[in-house]
Design a protein around this ligand. Sequence first.
Ligand SMILES: [Cu+2]
Ligand SMILES: [Zn+2]
Length: 235
Amino acid sequence: MNLHVFIIALLIPFTTQQRTRATTTTSTELPTGGIEAKCSGNWCTTPRPCTGFGCPPTTTEKAYPIPPTPLINRALVAFNVGNDISGIYGYLELAQDTQYAPVRINGTLHGLLPSKRLGFHIHQSGDIREGCSSTGNHFNFGPLVNHGIPGNMVRHVGDLGNIQTNSYGIATISMSDSMISLNGERSVVGRTFVIHEKEDDAGRGVDQESRVSGNSGMRMACGIVGILGTVQAPY
Ligand SMILES: [Cu+2]
Ligand SMILES: [Zn+2]
């Protein structure tokens, strides 16, 4: 092999390599669109549009984390606070540790009829444009079932039974319920707690209304469930 041929033999691999590298960095051959995110777990990546010289052809980057859905763990129900027409006022605080944990309900209501058992429900909506009467029927999820109370096999989700007032018309409420939730399809957030004028008959009355509403009479006071706190807990 003479010197001329030897030099050409040395250059062939080099020029081939250069040509290959050049084709991978030519802007016309690189993806310039395709910003649709690809998500896996809690992360999404978006293909980086690249039109300049030297851009890696297929590089993606972590664009933004997707936080887990926040768990509502505390809620507040305020009754006629700041708009005290009926004379009934007070707060209930709701707390739930996980989506499927029971909801604890604690609070005190004032101005109620003394020494009575009064129907206590969560009604369907948060529409109080016509007072408590426009909040719909008892909140329920799933099949249409008869009215009941906690402890019954069948009840509306919002059927919470009765509260007991003392001789001063004060009800101290401390209970826990496994059917309502602050999260998911049984969530009561945005719905309305209603206190009635009479005792809930638990759906055991003789008339049809008992099976619908428990015959607990007029709606005396109501309060919408509002969010008080959330946590970023995987659950
Ligand atoms: Cu009711
Ligand atoms: Zn009911």
